[in-house]
Write a protein that binds this ligand. Structure first.
Ligand SMILES: [Zn+2]
Length: 209
């Protein structure tokens, strides 16, 4: 609770047109660093993107700032670099975007393609969430508070994606823990859903008035 109070005390100053600060061109976020991953597949032509999944990742667990996450998503991770990476041999995973601790965004897969982030999953009784979702990773863990910059960027990115893909209604912005509850816990109890949703709603209202 302390963590969320801390973040809430740093109210984010939005502007009416903030959603236009981020923009998407041909499935890629213009403001992100682009590192195209080989781990993606095309979406079905008639598939509507209707779900946004928030994750966390850190490599090694609890350590921030290295490039290991990008190397994993690009299939370039040296699994000898750390003892915990042994489990990652042969693993082929990706996400659309990573938001680093300082708020910088790296994109690996075009939003118009499927990233391999959800695994075995189900949302509203519909399985295979990768087929119809976008996956955003926060550099972090389940128990270390996320940074203000990460919340700020995640809110701006979510609004931008909702603008581009209107089927991602507010109820369809969830955590990995919600679509794979037995296997996954991310983004963890430390993620302040109340604050995140409140900022999203407030900003969406402002953008529409
Ligand atoms: Zn996850």
């Amino acid at each position: 609770m302390l963590a969320s109070t801390k973040v809430q005390s740093k109210r984010i100053n939005y502007y009416k047109n903030e959603k236009h600060m981020l923009s998407i061109s041909s499935g890629w976020l213009v403001q992100a660093e682009h590192l195209p991953s080989p781990f993606f597949s095309p979406r079905e032509l008639d598939e509507e993107i209707s779900l946004l999944v928030v994750h966390n990742i850190s490599l090694p667990a609890g350590k921030f700032g290295d490039n290991y996450i990008s190397e994993l998503f690009l299939g370039q991770l040296d699994c000898n670099a750390h003892v915990s990476f042994n489990d990652l041999r042969g693993v082929e995973v990706s996400a659309h975007c990573l938001i680093r601790r300082d708020g910088r965004v790296i994109q690996y897969v075009a939003f118009t393609d499927k990233a391999w982030h959800a695994g075995v999953s189900s949302f509203n009784k519909r399985e295979r969430c990768n087929d119809y979702s976008i996956g955003i990773e926060l550099e972090g863990t389940d128990d270390i508070p996320y940074t203000t910059e990460q919340y700020q960027q995640l809110i701006a990115l979510t609004l931008c994606l909702q603008d581009q893909f209107p089927a991602i209604i507010m109820d369809n912005v969830v955590g990995h823990c919600d679509i794979a509850p037995i296997r996954k816990t991310d983004p963890g109890p430390v993620f302040d859903w109340q604050y995140f949703r409140q900022c999203l709603t407030e900003q969406a209202t402002r953008n529409n008035t």
